[in-house]
Design a protein around this ligand. Structure first.
Ligand SMILES: [Zn+2]
Length: 332
């Protein structure tokens, strides 16, 4: 996500008005009201399995668009979801990148029981940042970020979640989208961030919208803190309330009730262009090295490695998703 928070929020109410005026691709009136009651039981989530998926992704090398690692890791995702029986496809598109290159980007779209309504959309970005611009050493700045927490952690949770859902389907439908090109932009160039989610949101058709979307970003740190992120609060407060209340019910200490300023991330195009209520579960103080903890100052550096992450944090995030998914009832 971008280092720069959107400080001037005057544009946002206009965007909201546009969506209310029929400017969105999806009719909000079609969205059934989610019914939630805490599930009597839910499958267990293995943080160790999700950790393994972080390591496997990082082992390909940084997933920088145009690199062999990018292609190989994309195919690894497609195989993972296809083998689980999910309807899996690539949403591929090209656009101009920096220095005259043509960027070939691919969102990975995996749908579980596509006929089931209503549905929930779960997402994360899978690309790695092409440069480590938060390093102080000029040589290191030129290297791509390993992206263990920034990218791979959210995908890892969703990969394992898909396995669990395949074995034990919830009552609602689930779509997983892995966005490409989230972290391509140079600092301050907002138009070059969130490329995959912008394309996805602009391409939505007239099919029924999901109840809501949940974005996972930076969800693996061993001392993670997830505050209530500003855009989530603004666009999808009821969904944020649902997740944070259920995190409290599970005793998940990582989810705190403090409010964090808005962060430009893949949930923003879903909310503004796609008309989908989307929240972001994000370890916000990693962004911009705002955290006081020296170890946690690794965002957009070479130190974004699996060692920063823990099975316990991944398990907390995965367990929360499972609790909500298994507590949602079709409202027919
Ligand atoms: Zn990033």
């Amino acid at each position: 996500m971008s280092n720069r928070y959107l400080r001037n929020l005057t544009a946002i109410p206009l965007l909201l008005l546009a969506s209310c005026g029929g400017g969105t691709k999806q009719d909000e009136a079609q969205i059934p009201t989610p019914m939630f009651s805490p599930p009597a039981s839910q499958p267990s989530f293995s943080g160790e399995t999700a950790m393994r998926y972080i390591t496997e992704q990082v082992t390909f090398g940084p997933r920088v668009p145009g690199s062999p690692a990018h292609t190989e890791c994309r195919d690894y995702y497609v195989k993972h979801f296809t083998d689980l029986g999910w309807e899996t496809s690539l949403q591929s598109f090209s656009m101009p990148g920096y220095e005259g290159v043509t960027l070939d980007l691919h969102n990975v779209v995996a749908r579980f029981r596509p006929e089931v309504q209503p549905r929930v959309l779960l997402c994360a970005h899978w690309d790695s940042r092409p440069f480590s611009d938060m390093e102080t050493d000029e040589t290191l700045k030129l290297l791509a970020v390993p992206g263990a927490n920034d990218g791979a952690s959210g995908v890892a949770v969703l990969m394992h979640l898909a396995e669990i859902l395949s074995a034990t389907p919830p009552q609602i439908g689930v779509d997983i989208v892995l966005f490409d090109g989230e972290d391509y932009g140079k600092d301050g160039e907002e138009s070059m961030f969130c490329l995959g989610s912008k394309y996805y949101a602009a391409s939505l058709g007239t099919e029924s919208a999901p109840l809501f979307a949940v974005l996972l970003d930076l969800v693996g740190d061993k001392e993670a803190v997830f505050p209530r992120e500003g855009f989530s609060e603004q666009f999808a407060k009821d969904i944020l309330d649902l997740f944070w209340s259920q995190a409290a019910a599970l005793g998940l200490k990582q989810f705190v009730n403090s409010r964090h300023s808005p962060i430009i991330d893949d949930h923003l195009p879903l909310n503004t262009t796609g008309g989908i209520k989307a929240i972001n579960i994000i370890d916000a103080s990693l962004v911009g090295h705002a955290d006081a903890n020296e170890r946690r100052k690794y965002w957009h550096t070479q130190r974004d490695t699996p060692e920063q992450c823990s099975a316990a944090t991944l398990e907390a995030v995965g367990s929360l998703l499972l609790r909500v998914l298994f507590g949602l009832q079709p409202s027919t």
